[in-house]
Design a protein around this ligand. Structure first.
Ligand code: PMP
Length: 287
């Protein structure tokens, strides 16, 4: 395995970051999780747009141009002879001193790791996941704006801890007003009477790339989709519920907080969307 570290390709053992790196000391940095299907980067432009937007918002200078970043991703995939899996792209503020001032960090660090992906077993896509809502609330949109995919994931980690305690794979997080926001690292959709709903991002959700792909797909397949706030009540009485994410793709939910969703397995629209999504990624790999 070869890892891209600031313009060099190093082995896993040699891929080391300074203890003074502000990504480590303060979570000062940003990242992307990206899929490679068939040797192609899925939605590369969307991921890089989100990365450069996050960087701009936190005044982080990425030392690579957009084109150089694309090349670095492609080269890392090539060197690892990689066809299917996951890319983790990290840009940290880089090494500085112990103070939190980013002015003391002369240059951002760019790291690209490619790896095989451990996702849910195939049965989970048919049977659906069990999920719970958690008490952790989504960050309000100030510095911890969910739209910025920052290295500061403590909020999401606390959700994951609550999911682990409940023995479930993914949990549902609400925002401060009690509206459903998203999972620990997935967006959420519900379906009621044939209409697909997902919370608008201002509720407190990352603008997920998979979410975007599913919105496009609903349009293409003729499913009516509404970006509308909803509550846990709406989730409980939904006909279908599913999560979307780069790693999870499209995964049905069969139970939430002890309430069976629909018929208690992946519903027809969720299954259709997953099938069509897989067709796109297999054929296109990406665009
Ligand atoms: N929400 C959060 C908080 C996430 O970390 C992720 C994973 N990147 C998602 C949603 C899903 O986004 P995407 O489809 O871009 O992976």
């Amino acid at each position: 395995q070869v890892i891209y570290l600031n313009g060099e390709y190093v082995t896993k053992e040699n891929a080391k970051v300074s203890v003074y790196d502000h990504g480590f000391l303060y979570g000062d940095g940003i990242f992307e999780g990206i899929r490679v299907y068939n040797g192609n980067i899925f939605k590369c432009k969307e991921h890089l747009d989100r990365l450069y937007d996050s960087a701009k918002s936190i005044m982080l200078d990425i030392p690579l141009s957009y084109e150089e970043m694309e090349q670095a991703l492609a080269e890392t995939i090539r060197r690892n002879e990689f066809r299917d899996g996951y890319i983790r792209l990290v840009v940290s503020r880089g090494p500085g001193n112990l103070g939190l001032d980013p002015k003391r960090c002369p240059s951002a660090w760019v790291i690209i790791i490619v790896e095989q992906l451990a996702i849910y077993p195939p049965e989970a896509y048919r049977d659906g996941l069990v999920s719970v809502s958690v008490s952790q609330r989504r960050n309000i949109p100030d510095a911890l704006n969910p739209k910025i995919k920052s290295l500061n994931y403590l909020n999401n980690i606390l959700v994951k801890i609550q999911a682990n305690l409940a023995g479930v794979g993914e949990a549902i997080m609400l925002n401060a007003q009690g509206y459903v926001a998203e999972g620990s690292s997935d967006n959420i959709f519900i379906i009621k009477k044939g209409i697909v709903y997902t919370p608008p991002c201002y509720i407190g959700a990352l603008e997920g790339i998979t979410r975007g792909a599913i919105i496009e797909l609903c349009d293409k397949l003729g499913y009516k989709l509404k970006e509308e706030p909803f509550t846990l009540h709406d989730v409980f009485i939904a006909d279908e519920v599913f999560f979307t994410g780069t790693a999870a793709e499209v995964i049905a939910v069969r139970e939430v907080d002890g309430r069976t969703i629909g018929t208690g397995k992946a519903g027809p629209i969720t299954t259709h969307l997953l099938e069509e999504f897989r067709k796109i990624v297999e054929v296109d790999g990406y665009k």
